[in-house]
Design a protein around this ligand. Structure first.
Ligand code: S3P
Length: 172
């Protein structure tokens, strides 16, 4: 059951390609909240793209920065926060999000995620010999973790505006 919403942050979690950023922007506009994106915050703070950050500093440093950024953003009222797909996997970040926000898993099936992430090659974790296989394994490993979100909204290939409305129904 969702924690009472009030002015608490709404935090979107889930796989890359699920539409967290697009849905989050719509949601924020509809609810009159500020929209924040943890990947954008990291890019601004570091002065480089996520890809560049991974190349320059590696994943462990990215994860540490991601955890710090999210802890800071969770202090804001009335926000919608889209998180990078790996953020909720960190147990401390997950606990912090669930204690201070209403978390929503934007859940989408494999083919939809894969077609979306294939349109842009900006995900360092998928720069492998077999990105289909890598994405499948990430999904398998992460679904049990995402299911710890307070709420789940399934995103199919419908307009993201529709998904945003479903999130509103879910958090209401
Ligand atoms: C990641 C997802 C990305 C970004 C980074 C790592 C992940 O964010 O944080 O490439 O571990 O799933 P999106 O979920 O917004 O693509």
């Amino acid at each position: 059951l969702a924690a009472r919403l009030g002015k608490r942050p709404i935090v979107l979690v889930g796989m890359m390609g699920a539409g967290k950023t697009t849905v989050g922007r719509r949601l924020a506009a509809k609810l009159g909240r500020r929209f924040l994106d943890s990947d954008d915050e990291i890019e601004t703070a570091a002065g480089m793209t996520i890809e560049e950050f991974f190349a320059a500093h590696g994943e462990p440093e990215f994860r540490a920065g991601e955890a710090r950024v999210i802890a800071r953003l969770l202090k804001e009222d009335n926000i919608v926060l889209a998180t990078g797909g790996g953020a909720f996997v960190n147990p401390e970040t997950r606990a912090l999000i669930n204690a201070n926000a209403v978390s929503v898993w934007i859940k989408a099936e494999f083919e939809l995620l894969f077609s979306r992430v294939s349109r842009r090659s900006n995900r360092p974790l998928l720069k492998t010999a077999n990105p289909r296989d890598t994405l499948k394994k990430l999904i398998e490993a992460r679904y049990p973790v995402y299911s710890e979100a307070h709420l789940t909204v399934v995103s199919t290939d419908v307009p993201q505006d529709t998904v945003a409305n479903e999130v509103i129904d879910a958090v209401a």
